[in-house]
Design a protein around this ligand. Sequence first.
Ligand SMILES: [Cu+2]
Length: 137
Amino acid sequence: MRACRLIGVIGLLIALQIAVVQAADVVHPAPPFVVAVAADGVQRATITLDSYSYTPNHVIVEAGKPVELTLTSVTTITPHNFIIKELSVEQDVSAGKTVIVRFTPTQAGVFPIYCDKRLWPLPSHRDKGMEGKLEVK
Ligand SMILES: [Cu+2]
């Protein structure tokens, strides 16, 4: 009887443990980053490029005001790029380098951001999750 009870308690503990691990695995997407408009009217933000991510990966800006994004790569070898096809933005960012891209979105919408680099025959960086979105309001 006692052994049964012990086994029951152990079973419960294991179930709790599994529940805790599963809760930790739930992905909580980072909230979108709303870019502030500076006194000079420019919307400035910094995006960190790593293998294989953009941080933040969801950026919100206003239409009709210039956007200035500082792209900082924190990789040591792997080159990346930053593409927003619909806005004709295509910028290479070498490993460990920082570059600035400037553009002015004219219409509202949600535009994909991605890195199309790939080491053939491996999947592209975008396929490995290196993508985000620019939301224009
Ligand atoms: Cu890349």
